[in-house]
Design a protein around this ligand. Structure first.
Ligand code: DC
Length: 208
């Protein structure tokens, strides 16, 4: 019987469309550990705020939503009893999420949820986001910063549109709290034109 590794954290950061979700899903499957999409958590707070008509500048109300967030076993995200899966990729959510993610008190709560999620899984997980290596798990087993050319990233996120991605990346990289950047100790990997197997294989090679 295969045992689940303990204290194995793979931190994957990078801009939208760099390949984080595909690569982290593949790594999690191969390693036999679970994957946490922290972008979905920020999206969930944004989507729930829109659903409930919460003003996006109302930090206290956003924090209350973040506190009520839970990640189910299958990765489904709930905000209190609201299932937000179908709302996460809407244009309105894309537009609102960077503002929500720039709210320090919201980040504080979600970072706490993320650390707890890993603790509840034997200290293991593939965790993807923007500040995983810099803030959430600076001592992760492996820290990876995925990137790709602007053209390739826009092609991968064709549903969102290049203009929206560029705007979001700009806000995410220049905000005051936990901006997207290459954390000390992170290895930068450009996924442009590379297969999932190739990228995943390179990362697994670092584990050996
Ligand atoms: O990975 P994504 O595109 O689903 O992330 C949605 C937004 O959430 C992204 O624009 C920035 C924010 N985010 C963040 O600030 N910190 C994280 N750890 C993950 C996402």
């Amino acid at each position: 019987m295969r045992t689940t590794p303990s204290n194995l954290v793979i931190a994957i950061d990078g801009p939208a469309g760099a390949g984080k979700s595909t690569v982290s899903r593949s790594l999690a499957e191969i390693l036999g550990i679970e994957r946490l999409d922290t972008g979905a958590m920020y999206r969930a707070v944004a989507a729930a705020a829109i659903h409930h008509g919460v003003d996006l500048s109302d930090g206290a109300a956003l924090v209350a939503l973040a506190e009520a967030l839970t990640v189910e076993g299958d990765g489904e995200v709930l905000v209190a009893d609201l299932s937000v899966g179908h709302l996460l990729r809407l244009d309105a959510t894309n537009s609102a999420v960077s503002l929500v993610a720039a709210t320090p008190q919201v980040r504080e709560v979600l970072v706490r949820h993320q650390r707890q999620w890993v603790e509840d899984r034997n200290g293991s997980g593939v965790v993807e986001g923007r500040d995983i290596a810099s803030v959430v798990f600076p001592d992760a087993t492996i820290k990876v910063y995925l990137t790709a050319s602007a053209e390739e990233r826009a092609r991968r996120r064709v549903d969102e549109g290049a203009a929206s991605i560029i705007r979001r990346d700009e806000v995410d990289s220049t905000r005051a709290v936990s901006p997207l950047h290459v954390a000390p100790g992170s290895r930068v990997l450009d996924t442009t034109g590379r297969t999932i197997e190739d990228v995943t294989g390179e990362i697994l090679g670092w584990l050996a």
